[in-house]
Design a protein around this ligand. Structure first.
Ligand SMILES: Cc1ncc(COP(=O)(O)O)c(C=O)c1O
Length: 443
């Protein structure tokens, strides 16, 4: 196999310097890459080979030696591929693009978002260590952190990370990770990434490199098209590619994105724990999902604003959280950090709302609303997940967050009757009409 030199070696730098928008990069890629010669394909090829011909024992040995040591490769030099779970070209192309989108040096892709989150904790923590997490988390993340990590001797404290003094107090000598989603799932609280990083930096100033605390941000809700946590000081981003980035609702995936120093551990972790993203799944995310991400989310966010305004005016609705609205409780932090590739405020496609009434009425009305929508609405689908072309509605307390104990839900502001909406690309009028009809039937 010959080395393929990138004919446009300065391309990546020019994107970074702002000459080309990342949006263009996500459509065109690097023309030619060390992973594969696709300068002659308009669309990158989908490779589908579990194992690779090694030609000679020497080449095989070279492959194993070079694996997970990409920093020693010349720019543009092709890796010696050995076996799909270790490394492979289609997934590697997606990783290049994801790293660029998030402003990181590397991305490592996993089979799901949960596999990526588990990997981030897997490489950053070990027995006897501790993490601090925000009190409101996606249900499966909560059960990973509370049910599984303690089995490996890693314990967590759950605090309100909008309260920086609480964060400061919760950090212990053995703390290695501060973890949160922003916006949070499902209530859309905004955690100020730069402010959290400043508190962590203060603690890190007195620590050896090996004892550093890492800030890990789940960027699933915003996606890089609307927020890039690494720009605000985070060490690692984790993301479910199943959501906005995949976008079409056909494939699952996850990624961890950050600087080169994390690459070897993450790639070795993936080799041994498995959970690698399949190339047949990487391909649609590379070819359909990422190139259209900014376009889809820009349109969906405009619709989300209109739907949020409609809900806020509706007499049956008591509370609406949408980062784009002026009455959003964490608006200032949202404006600071939720930005699209042009630097404009990008408040996202997610809405959280609560119906009017006492807690019991809110729960009954929430249930009646989603059941009516499941039966009668054309443009809204009762389903978990988010960030798809279709508008999805769900009731977190009974569905995505049911694993959180009632007092944790309550402490994190998840109302028993709270409703989460993920806005799709349908016509805004149609979504509003369907919601209006269902709300009008409530007792
Ligand atoms: C914020 C957040 N993070 C992570 C995940 C997990 O992603 P996946 O379903 O791809 O494992 C989800 C899934 O809903 C999520 O909402």
């Amino acid at each position: 196999m010959t080395d393929q030199k990138d004919p446009k070696p300065a391309f990546r730098r020019r994107v970074r310097e702002g000459l080309y928008n990342v949006r263009s990069f996500l459509v065109h890629g690097r023309y030619q890459t060390g992973q594969w010669d696709y300068s002659h394909h308009v669309i990158p090829p989908l490779s589908s080979s579990v194992t690779y011909r090694l030609d000679s024992a020497e080449r095989g040995a070279m492959g194993f030696e070079g694996f997970a040591a990409h920093e020693h490769r010349e720019p543009g030099q092709q890796p010696v591929y050995i076996y799909d779970r270790l490394d492979e070209p289609t997934r590697a192309m997606l990783e290049d693009h994801l790293a660029m989108a998030e402003g990181g040096e590397i991305a490592i892709c996993f089979s799901t978002g949960m596999a990526a989150i588990a990997a981030a904790f897997g490489v950053l923590t070990r027995v006897g260590q501790h993490f601090v997490a925000h009190q409101t988390l996606y249900g499966c993340t909560y059960s990973l952190l509370t049910s599984w990590l303690p089995r490996f001797g890693v314990e967590g404290s759950y605090v309100d990370l909008t309260d920086l003094e609480a964060l400061d107090r919760s950090i212990r000598p053995e703390t290695r990770v501060v973890y949160f989603e922003t916006p949070t799932n499902p209530t859309l609280e905004i955690i100020d990434i730069a402010a959290v990083c400043a508190v962590v930096k203060k603690h890190n100033a007195h620590r050896e490199q090996a004892d550093r605390i890492h800030v890990v941000v789940d960027n699933t809700f915003a996606s890089p098209a609307q927020q890039r946590p690494l720009e605000h000081g985070a060490d690692l981003v984790v993301a479910s590619l199943t959501k906005n980035i995949g976008g079409f609702g056909t494939d699952m995936g996850g990624a961890v994105i950050g600087s080169l120093k994390y690459e070897t551990d993450l790639i070795l972790y993936r080799k041994d724990f498995g959970g690698a993203l399949a190339p047949k799944t990487a391909w649609p995310i590379l070819v359909y999902g990422l190139p259209t991400l900014d376009l889809r989310l820009g349109r969906q966010a405009k619709t989300a604003r209109r739907v949020a305004d409609f809900l806020a005016e509706h007499p049956r609705v008591a509370k609406v959280h949408y980062p784009g609205r002026e009455d959003f409780p964490w608006r200032a932090a949202a404006e600071r950090q939720m930005r699209n590739f042009d630097g404009d405020f990008a408040p996202g496609i997610m809405i959280y709302f609560e119906l009017a009434g006492d807690p019991e009425q809110r729960f009954e009305r929430g249930r009646a609303l989603v059941n009516d929508i499941a039966a009668n609405a054309y443009t809204l689908t009762l389903a978990v997940s988010l960030g798809q072309l279709r508008t999805l509605i769900e009731m977190p307390s009974a569905m995505t967050h049911s694993v959180l104990p009632a007092e944790v839900q309550c402490g994190g502001g998840i109302d028993p009757g709270g409703i989460r909406l993920s806005i799709g690309i349908e016509d805004a009028h149609d979504i509003i009409r369907d919601l209006d009809e269902a709300l009008g039937k409530l007792s």
